[in-house]
Design a protein around this ligand. Sequence first.
Ligand code: 4AD
Ligand code: MG
Length: 459
Amino acid sequence: MRNRNTIKSLLAATTSPGSVQVCGWVRSVRSGKEVSFITLNDGSCFASLQLVAQSAQLADLAGLATGACLHATGMLIASPAAGQRWELQLETLEVTGAADETYPLQKKQHSLEFLRSIAHLRPRSNTFGAVFRLRSQLAFAVHQFFQHRGFVYVQTPIITANDCEGAGEMFRVTTLDPSQPPLTEGRIDWREDFFGERTGLTVSGQLQGELFATAFSDIYTFGPTFRAENSNTSRHAAEFWMIEPEIAFADLTDNCQLAEDFLRYMVSYALEQCQEDLDFFNARIEKGLLEKLHALAAARFERVTYTQAVALLLKSKCTFEFPVQWGKDLQAEHERYLTEQIFSGPVFVTDYPRHIKAFYMRDNDDEKTVAAMDLLVPRVGEIIGGSQREECLERLQNKMAAQGIAAGDMEWYLDIRRWGSCPHAGFGLGFERLLMYLTGMENIRDVIPFPRTPGNARF
Ligand code: 4AD
Ligand code: MG
């Protein structure tokens, strides 16, 4: 059926192409005495095509029900019905894949929780059709943004011996027999393992990204990232996609500017290219979504230091579950209060206390804070995290020693400070957090095709 017409192309036609053929999945069947209507969707766009048949044409067809897969031919004619320009006057119909009333996605309002339990079928629903079309287009936009600016796309490894964020939240990768691991003095001897050392799934491509930035100046990664943190929240997944640009000859201000340009580009791209799907989110998922996105595309992103943010939170007199105190990391509730209540829009929080941030962040002159930045947005909270990197070998070595990171395993990372070191900075944008922001979907499980969260890796 390679010469089939997509429903998207048919619905966009300005004049009737005449006789056409379509394939897709039935959303609903309405049988009348004389005339019957079938709504067919092929995923090419949000809207479905209405097939109009003489009921007698369908009389002998087995398996024609919601969920069935059809191959239809007919004439595309102007539709007398409201809200659709074209409909298909059916000539021939073949049931490629039958369905019956046991099909779980019957035409009614299903809860997102229920749809999560049928993650293998939910792409055929309106909501998830819209989510995953948007996801695909936005992935393309990521590449377009960076490629237009001359960034080199680097595929960093998935299996690695380094825990970039230093929080010990890696999934282990091993071929050792867990019931009989090789032991030396009672401890597992990783030298016997496949890679000859202890390895896991990457938590970030940043460290390798830095190596490439000191050769190509501007690079980005876009790939899956894994975190074994057991936080069962609506914003955390154990497997998620991250975009990590790394730029040489850049400081924290340049980094914030790139992040702002990037986010603005993604929002504008969605508004221009994904209109039909965004209209659906605006009507059914988050009221006022379009207005919010238009406002963001035009907004000035605010900037405050961590120290200022803490002062603002203390001044707010709001009672939080976790008390606000200089030196403690901001919790999700604090982040949301800042972006939703205080700034009512996107805000960069910069210059966090040194001891709550990763070892690679550049020390500020005050010797208390580092050149870090998080971008917070309403509803989602932290969407981007990044920093200027410590480019001085000696200072970096001291920081690693202070955080108990063995330099021996990281000599390759230190080498770029030994030869041809330069100021550089970068950040990570969580792709699913961005999609949550753009769609209004409130649970990260609903913007990734097959979510991996504690206790859940089926499908
Ligand atoms: O703030 P994070 O941990 O920063 C890094 O990984 C740096 N190495 C990035 C860099 O500077 N190149 O993560 C970056 C972003 C977060 O702001 C968030 O959007 C997302 O990744 N993220 C998650 N998204 C979903 N589930 C999780 N468990 C996430 N953890 C982080
Ligand atoms: Mg972070």
